[in-house]
Design a protein around this ligand. Structure first.
Ligand code: BV8
Length: 230
């Protein structure tokens, strides 16, 4: 019974119409990272940050999961071993594609967090900085998202999954951001077979035993079909 652990990045959502970070026309071409994906940026100009995530929350709500999301849900439903998806993405396309065992290690657009008392609640579609926290009533609302310099969620659990993986797969991630980019090394150390699905080799591509180059909607679907056929 092989356990399969899958890490996904912005590239798995690209064919659904959600821009990635590092493509020429991507998010980092329009916004400075330090302004919108750091706690300092939020302190400096919370409205700019909330607007950035309001825009992405609206975009995510307007697109659909693609064949790669559905293929991963089918793999989880039909594979006889455990399948776990760890996503760096904050959209809800894996959920809407049917994946159950899912970790949003960088948080999710669907979550709101109080920057003062750390209360969490379901995010409204549009966040406003004057929204009072439902718990402490301070107007300090922020998206429940992990910014640079903040600790990704459930890291102990994620490392447990990595050490138990028989197959570790990374789909649509450029391998620039840690600790996610270090997962392949952890999985290899534990003896997993490693496969990278991308349009090109990522920054940690040399650490993978196998590469499937092409659009994830095609390469992931083909991979799942032949895993389930054997
Ligand atoms: C932490 C928020 C510690 C959500 C994000 C020096 C060395 C090592 C590390 C560091 C360092 N200096 C600083 C660090 C730490 C830092 C980091 O890694 N910096 C990098 C830039 C060097 N990391 C952190 O700060 C992390 N926290 O380390 O905490 C700590 C310790 C103790 C106590 C407290 C803290 C937190 C990192 C999380 C930051 N948040 N986003 C959001 O707004 O979305 S990062 C953001 O970029 C995403 O979340 C994602 O994780 C990340 C990478 O993006 P990708 O998903 O890879 O997307 P990208 O566009 O880059 O690539 C897309 C890929 O898809 C491409 O390869 C492309 O070819 C491919 N593709 C495109 N289309 C397709 C496709 N593939 C297949 N099919 C297609 N159709």
């Amino acid at each position: 019974m092989t356990k399969i652990v899958i890490l996904t990045g912005a590239g798995i959502s690209a064919e659904s119409g959600i821009e990635t970070f590092r493509a020429e026309d991507g998010l980092w071409a329009k916004h400075r990272v330090e302004d919108v994906v750091t706690p300092e940026g939020y302190q400096r100009d919370p409205k700019r940050v909330l607007d950035f995530y309001n825009e992405r929350r609206a975009q995510a709500a307007s697109v659909e999961p693609n064949a790669a999301h559905f293929a991963l849900a089918r793999l989880e439903a039909e594979h006889d071993g455990e399948v776990v998806v760890i996503t760096q993405n904050v959209d809800d396309l894996h959920e809407r594609g049917g994946t159950q065992a899912l970790y949003h290690m960088h948080g999710a657009l669907s979550g709101a967090l109080c920057a003062v008392c750390h209360h969490r609640w379901p995010a409204p579609m549009q966040m406003a900085i004057e929204d009072p926290c439902p718990s402490c009533e301070t107007p300090a609302t922020r998206p429940d998202i992990v910014w640079f310099g903040e600790m990704p969620y459930e890291m102990d659990t994620l490392f447990d999954h990595l050490t138990q993986a028989d197959i570790f797969v990374a789909i649509g991630t450029s391998g620039n951001v840690y600790p996610a980019a270090g997962f392949v090394a952890e999985a290899r150390k534990a003896g997993a077979h490693t496969i990278e699905f991308n349009l090109e080799k990522s920054a940690v591509g040399n650490q993978f035993a196998e590469h499937r180059i092409g659009p994830a909607s095609q390469t992931v679907t083909d991979w799942v079909n032949n895993i389930l056929a054997t």
